[in-house]
Design a protein around this ligand. Structure first.
Ligand SMILES: [Fe+2]
Length: 382
């Protein structure tokens, strides 16, 4: 691959029942000393494979991780100094690593005497299933039954553009028997997943599942996200699958504080990758306020504002890929750095019982220098 003769890129191997079609590992690279000329090649590898696991980065300096994520989107103006409170819409108590931009520590459990300046830090559990419409019982969870937490891509969906890439440095990984992720939606579907994994599905693979008529519709259509969308949904409940909202509970618009109409986001339903030309059905359904549906450039769009109809439309598409065979629990191990294309994948965390041990990862992303591009132009205002 290019000049990187020391690198080896291996697509992930599937078992016979698995149908996901993305992911690769990279070996033979030291991210503390990556030549700047190689960054573009790494970016292209991530765009081709969508999620790349760079092995054996145990000694990765968080400052280098911040340099890496910014150099993958070299035009980004994100200096890592913004508020982290609402970053990517999650009301997290993020802990930034001093001097390393917005590289943040997440996880749970005791992280040791000194974790990059944090002394005797014990991370509270940041996941829980109270977001789900009917959470598993405490006993069931302790016995290893769990859920997909929240399927999403990383984006504030208001103001800043979504990060092009997200990277996670896996610092401590819990250990123990596989968990059972249950759909709990009446389908009876379950999936065995090792603890501590981040799961992915491909919105490109999803787009490829659509009929020609459906592709034509979504190619020409767009969504408008709510102002302050994560505040808007803060009292809502999730489907038990972690994908989509059940019922209402949205904050009325007058309670969304003063908002800046120019910060409200309209994005195409389909996002085109500039390198591969692949199309992804990339819609963050839980935050959508309006659908604009049309089948051609000159058709007047049908505007859908009914929340149930919006959810039904988005889930009617996305639930096709929410099947065990299309979901990749990325096989990252302690010391690995996982980088993914945030414009073509959905991902989710998965909680696990504390007895499996602590989990720590360093997460970095940066406000995108440019937002998504669709297959056709969409009007940015009515
Ligand atoms: Fe995320």
């Amino acid at each position: 691959m290019g000049s990187l003769t020391s690198w080896t890129v291996n697509p992930l191997e599937r078992k016979s029942k698995e149908k996901w079609n993305f992911g690769a590992t990279v070996t033979g690279v030291d991210l503390n000393n990556i030549p700047s000329d190689d960054i573009k090649i790494l970016r292209d590898e991530v765009w081709r494979h969508k999620v790349v696991i760079i092995k054996d980065q145990h000694k990765l300096d968080p400052k280098k991780q911040w340099d890496l994520i910014r150099s993958l989107d070299p035009e980004t103006t994100d200096e890592g100094k913004g508020s982290n409170d609402h970053r990517n819409g999650l009301l997290t108590r993020a802990r930034c690593i001093p001097g390393a931009g917005n590289v943040r520590v997440f996880g749970k459990g005791y992280l040791g005497e000194d974790h990059h300046g944090y002394k005797n830090l014990t991370l509270d559990r940041f996941l829980n299933h109270q977001w789900h419409i009917s959470p598993p019982s405490k006993e069931a969870f302790e016995s290893g039954l769990t859920r997909f937490q929240r399927w999403h891509f990383d984006a504030p969906l208001y103001g800043d553009e979504p990060t092009w890439f997200t990277c996670l440095h896996i610092v401590k990984q819990p250990r123990g028997p596989d968990l059972t992720v249950e759909w709990a939606d009446g389908s009876g579907l379950t999936m065995k997943i090792p603890p501590g994994r981040t799961a992915f599905f491909s919105s490109v693979q999803l787009y490829d599942m659509l009929s020609l008529e459906e592709k034509n519709l979504v190619d020409h259509s767009w969504v408008e996200y709510a102002p302050h969308p994560f505040k808007w949904i803060q009292h809502c409940k999730s489907q038990n699958t972690g994908l989509g909202i059940v019922g209402g509970g949205h904050l009325p618009e007058e309670e969304l504080e003063n908002y800046d109409p120019t910060a409200v986001k309209r994005y195409p339903m389909v996002w085109v990758n500039s390198l591969t030309g692949e199309r992804a059905f990339q819609v963050h359904g839980i935050c959508v306020r309006k659908l604009y549906l049309r089948n051609s450039l000159d058709e007047q769009p049908r505007i859908v504002e009914d929340i149930t109809e919006i959810q039904d439309f988005v889930l009617g598409i996305q639930n096709r890929i929410l099947k065990p065979e299309y979901i990749l629990p990325a096989p990252a191990e302690e010391g690995d750095l996982v980088i993914w294309d945030n414009y073509s994948l959905f991902h989710t965390a998965i909680d696990y019982p504390e007895r499996y041990g602590p989990k720590a990862f360093h997460k970095a992303d940066s406000g995108g220098s440019a937002g998504p591009k669709g297959p056709v132009q969409i009007p940015m205002s009515e």
